[in-house]
Unconditional design. Sequence first.
Lengths: 698, 575
Amino acid sequence: MNSVAIGSLRVTFDVGGTFTDVIIANGDQITCRKILNGEQLGAVAEQIAAELELLLAEEHESVGVVHGTTIASNAVVEGTCAKTGFITTQGFRDELEIRRMGRPGIYDVMWQRPEAVIPRYLRFELDEAIRGTGAIERAIDEAALASILHAFSVEEVEAVGICLLNSHVNSSHEERLAQACREAGYPTSVSSEMDREAGEFERSSTTAVNASLLPVIHRYLDEVETPFRRLDVPFSLMQANGGITTPGIGRQMPVRLIESGPAAGVLGAAALCDVLKLPGAIAFDMGGTTVKACLIENGLAVERSQFEVGGGGNISARYSRGGGYLVRTPAFDLVELGAGGGSIVWLDDDQVMRVGPHSAAAVPGPAAYGRGGTEPTVTDANVILGHIADGPIGDGTVAVDRRLAVAAFTDLAVALGLTPEEAALGAIEVANASMIRAVRAVSTERGRNPADLTLIAFGGGGPIHAARLAERIGIQTILVPPIAGVFSAVGLQIAESRFDFAQGLASPLDLSRADALEEEFLRLESRMKADLIELTAHNGDSWTYERRVDVRYVEQATSLTAALSGSFDAMSIAQLKEAFEAEHEQLFGYRRSDVPIEVTAVRIRASLGGYGVPLELFKNASVKGIESDHPSSRSIYVSRSEGRIEAWSVPRESFMTASSQLTGPGVITDTDTTIVVPSGWNVAAEPLTGSIILSQTT
Amino acid sequence: MNSLNTELSRDERKLDPKRADRRGDDAIRLEVLRHELTSVAEEMGITMQRTARSFTAREGGDYSTALIGPTGGLIAQGFANGIHLGSLVEIMIPLLDKFDGSLYEGDILISNDPYGGLSHLPDIAMVMPVFVAGELAGFSAIDLHHSDIGGRHAGGMGVASRQIFEEGIRLPGVKLYDRGLPNQALLDTIAACVRTPESVLGDLAAQAASCRRGDVGLRALIARYGLVEFRRLAEVLNSISEDQMRRFIASLPDGAYRYSEEFEQGGNASDNAVLVAVEVRIDGDRATVEFSGSSAQVDSAINVPFGLTKSATFIVFRALAGGEIFPNSGLIEPIMVEAELGSVLRPAFPAAVGARGMLMWRLIDVIMRALADASPGKVPAAGDGGANGMVFSGSSGKLLVDWYCSGWGARPGSDGVDGVSNIILGGMMHSLPGELMEQEFPVVLESFALEPDTEGAGEYRGALSMSRSWRFLEKGTVLLRSCRADSRPYGLAGGASGSPNVAYVIRTSGEREILKGISVECAVEPGDVIVHIQPGGGGLGDPSKRDAERIARDLRDGKLTVGRAASVYGWESAE
């Protein structure tokens, strides 16, 4: 295990909508702060590098920089990917557009499908055929290949994606194409290098999205990584699977960086569960534009093998699909709703209050921020109620002005015959009701009752909303981690290297096939080791390798992933079967022990194990902010019957040192967030991780 | 999220002082309750999807969950195949009648009776009464399409049946659970009658779990609000949806709007074409939709049970009204549906109904077309007509059921979507990838592609035809289902019809045979290829007014050839 703390230096920076969150862990000294994003991210990187250079004057056992970026997600959602060519098998040119025919919103006859990531005129079919057995039915038509390459050069594409039918079984044709495209000078993504599992749409989409991100990520990293390269400091990137990776892999597989921001927060929450030995929890991350929820079981976040980028923020879109861009890459299985603090509060034609899906987002932001927003938002409601105090926030360049929030709510309140406080309280109730849907969905999907779980609340809005949300669900306990407002950045600090490799196949899970299956693993391992050596600076010996196998009952639609200990033999196969059946029973409620089991993929996860920086180091951390007064009480509007009350207000730091117990109503203030403790709740310090525990008084 | 709906609702945000008559508290409570009700119904859907056994149930998305009031009105809907919207309400009428005073905690009723509100035998509904302090407070309900229901056709959807007795086991609305105890005799009987007993029993268990989830959720909600307040709020939500539907109907000019189309044939090859005729009468904020003039019921299984006819009508109105109308009984209140008993849209017992889906699609197109006259420029042109599928029974016993769609007709202000699941229905339907098909079946998917120049031309064009072709590696029989080979998908307001359905088999000798008919059987030998070119969507508006940029983009994308651009759109090349 490689969790060295003292003597090591890790600098992380996580780019958000408005601010970049920077944490420096220098031995056991933690400093956190926020930098307002300028036009040029390179400038922010330069600034951080300059600071790092000063620290490098001292000796450190190890030094590392970790970066969390939304560049890949944003490029896909905003359609700013590079002009990219695509080659596929004859007959399948339109798959990237058709997807698998699904669409969200059953009644929406005016639905507009998002444009294919690569337009039709840049998608080319090639005459060649490989069967599912791996047999070559028709060789590549070289003349056709030459004319495709000519077309690419005429169109001046910046990158090329390649996905041929059945290439997960036999990649020789793809290799030939890749060679030709790379020789012609195109950055090229090839499905068999990305994703070796069956399902041509999923592979095509992943490859196409990846290819079209190559030039984007190259330009981006050239700008952001360079200052650190100059210092000769290892630079890593956060991935959606909760691990970090090298810029080499980031440049080759930018899809792995999509949704990495939310993953970092979930990783932090999972680490919290791991340290505190919590069997089941829900990570609840509320930011300015979205709300994320993810189930954590026994210290591990639930994972999924694919997800849609920009697929629309509701529960049923998760099932209907088709509203976004599918990528098949290991990721935490989180639900993301467009219900963040920036969500706009409005009245519909029937005078019913609605929250979202429109958002004031980072620009212009909530009205109270005084940056041009005039429409009332959830954040404004929190300002009116006293959950968010007046005064400067972030790096001090933005200040909250309660009067602006009240002004924004006035029309709406008057229309309803309510006071601004009453309308604001209503807005919070509506917002909570929509968020509860997400929390319930992630639990029910795994057969869990959310009332049995702990809520881990973070993000700027999480600790504000958590208690009311928990009451409605029946959750008894809430944990708010240290520096909860920038907890995703903590995720970058604790993340370790993690690389996932997979090979799809179709084989009975049977002792007679043990040798053949073992062979598949060995082939995958040698491919993986070659990649690791090529793409990472790490010495391959220190890695931990986890073998996992996708298995299902024959004829079943979806597989489950279970761990394999050691090689395929009678004992490990029996263990694998039992692990699969137990998981199947938990998820689906039954076993089918009389039905044969088959293997659909073998997977290896290579990781350095442990945590980059232990979570415990952050227990006393705080975000460097603007010095402001800490009044000992705060006026909070709690309910229509009680109205405004003077509640106690304690800064987080003094609460932790006093290690006392308090009973709501009150607030614990922290930079970037407020922990709202309503009446009916006790609050106590959790010394090991520096978290704050809220529990319902029974 | 980036749909036109978003734009519409942005405008809806403007305050209208005239409507400021809702009490402040309700403005908040109603929206909170909407989320809470939807959450319960969603959890029912997740529970079903999670615990179901069959591929149909877990991947087909052909199910609906609902919460229903004590008198049978819909309160809320979860994951839904829209077509069940009316069915779950329709079945409540006979069930409430039959079980008046004899419902108990822990009961679960089951029915699949097309003559009791449902749509065909494979769709099985379960309804669980929800009690609060001993009082009947409502029902949780789920309707699911099962993989088989017995009868002469595997899957229960064959066209050739002449009476419902041929179509499988019929459950007329009975207790599957009596005060929590399963009716084992009934379960054993169902298992003995179907081809896939394990799947069907597994899926029934999943449905029961889903009902119980709904029961727990609904009881928790009522406990918090109190029964009286809960009922009042549900009533208000109902009246809001009703108001929204009334506003939509009132926006249509008063009058009678008629349309009719011939459906290719009655199902059995010898039958004559079937006429689907509708008259929509708009009178202020009420609509009457009457199907008199439609053909008499036929001796095949394409008859549409009346509950489904109503459902289809309601969802057309729901879809065209746009916005986000909360799905409850309020929205069907202003719409009256009438059809003569004994007609193809309201067949009399014991007509067969297993393949009702084929005519249902046409029914939707016909209602939409009639409403297009009432609301010119606001209704989409016809799409692919639905109901396309290929079933391959190989000599080795493998059975491949492959469902797919083509695309949508042109919409006001935008082209029809190419290559997507059917408009109004089927959002949760997904195509089977070729690689998975090849892994499991002796069938190679040769292409899945958009066909250039097949759109219904218009200022806004319809979708291109989507073709699907398969090569068979073993001897077997193919059953191909299709429609709109003769009556092409209509265009609107000067827009052209979409291209017709075409299917053929290419023998290894190179010889081609056309496959014609809504349900055609074809024996295949190894190496034979079947090509199914589905219909293209109809266009909307005068093609000569089509925006040059749209033409240029289709030309660039190879969706349109220069020759057709010139002849149909009057395109003049820049060179």
